[in-house]
Design a protein around this ligand. Structure first.
Ligand SMILES: NC(=O)c1ccc[n+]([C@@H]2O[C@H](COP(=O)([O-])OP(=O)(O)OC[C@H]3O[C@@H](n4cnc5c(N)ncnc54)[C@H](OP(=O)(O)O)[C@@H]3O)[C@@H](O)[C@H]2O)c1
Length: 328
């Protein structure tokens, strides 16, 4: 398991253990292990940044020694420039796959958690992206995930890769959608750009269930699947969050020019603090797309995947977790 300490990775690690797998978690010396520290797993320390002069750098080969399968969840989802994304997400993924194959010529599976960002947004509200749709990523992150997918596909058939392109993921432990919950708690609900923007979402427990189905299905070797639980609008999402918190927020649409202004302001702040801004031009490109829609119909048909809960239930479970853990 790479990215084992991350949001999705920590849930997947728990699910793998619950199914009886022996799990080795690949983390870094600097990783925050809060959710996995006490789990009965093996540890390996490695960094995906190829050629980096790091204490972690030599660890990829050791991390891959004697494994049946690799679940690759580690990635950068924020970075200051395209090269940094490509180095970790594309070159790092390729290096990991090559190392895993060298160490295990009969590797049973390389499961790569990709993103809808690799394909880009849907062309229309009634045309969710599916596996046949030609990828047109619109961000550096999306391009780096697509480059990683292509590197893995080029290693076929030696590498039995399964690629899962997930819609935006939410659920307990997630910090991205958490900002929406925080705002709604303060009775404010902000929508970027247009009111009618639609997006597919993956509830983390559904995504993990789909990953397990794909990992355990022979049919999934060499295949690509989309993962999503449901489609919604920003307004419906905000209303579900508001219900989960018992709040009645004021709904505000943020016009495009204001978004651009906020991005310039966060860029200036980032230059001063040296941190990657939460909202930057790349994030705004993402937010301006009207239809981040994809369909998990193929995963349903071939793997028997069914999302377990509806939007309201999944949002309520997430809100309860934030409240119980003192985040809200
Ligand atoms: N969250 C979403 O909405 C979403 C949607 C679609 C696809 N995905 C994909 O799902 C996967 C997990 O995302 P997440 O939301 O769980 O992200 P996350 O919480 O930020 O986790 C990212 C993980 O990647 C690790 N990582 C980053 N750079 C690394 C490097 N150079 N070497 C080794 N490990 C490194 C991190 O380790 P450290 O803690 O040490 O930094 C962390 O464990 C990613 O591949 C992402 O592209 C996520």
């Amino acid at each position: 398991m790479t990215g084992a300490n991350g949001f999705v990775g920590s849930h997947l690690t728990e699910a793998l253990l619950a199914r009886g797998y022996r799990v080795r978690c690949m983390v870094r010396q600097s990783s925050d292990l809060v959710y996995i520290r006490d789990l009965p797993v093996e540890w390996a320390y490695a960094d995906l940044r190829v050629g980096a002069d790091l204490r972690d750098g030599a660890g990829l080969a050791a991390a891959c020694q004697d494994v049946d399968a690799v679940c690759h969840c580690a990635a950068l989802t924020r970075a200051p420039d395209e090269q940094t994304f490509l180095r970790v997400n594309a070159a790092g993924t390729e290096a990991l796959a090559r190392t895993a194959l060298e160490a295990n010529p009969n590797l049973e599976r390389f499961l790569f958690l990709s993103s809808q960002a690799a394909a880009g947004p849907a062309p229309g509200r009634d045309r969710p992206v599916d596996e046949a749709y030609p990828p047109q990523p619109v961000t550096w992150y999306g391009k780096s995930k697509l480059a990683a997918e292509r590197a893995l596909t080029a290693m076929n058939p030696a590498l039995p890769a399964t690629i899962i392109r997930s819609a935006a993921v939410f659920g307990p432990r997630d910090r991205d959608f958490f900002s929406y919950f925080e705002l709604v708690k303060w009775r404010v609900s902000l929508y970027p750009g247009r009111n009618e923007q639609l997006l597919s979402l993956a509830y983390v427990h559904d995504l993990v269930a789909l990953i397990l189905l794909a990992l355990e299905s022979d049919r999934a070797a060499g295949s690509l699947y989309y993962a999503s639980s449901f489609a919604t609008s920003h307004r419906q999402l905000a209303e579900a969050i508001a219900r989960s918190l018992g709040k009645r927020p004021v709904h505000i649409v943020v016009p495009d020019p204001l978004l651009s202004f906020i991005a310039s302001w966060s860029r200036a702040q980032a230059r001063l603090t040296g941190k990657t801004p939460l909202l930057n031009d790349q994030r705004i490109i993402d937010m301006r797309q009207p239809y981040w829609l994809c369909t998990a119909e193929k995963a349903g048909r071939e793997l028997g995947y069914r999302p377990a809960s509806d939007l309201g239930t999944a949002i309520q479970e997430t809100a309860d977790w934030y409240l119980e853990n003192g985040w809200l």
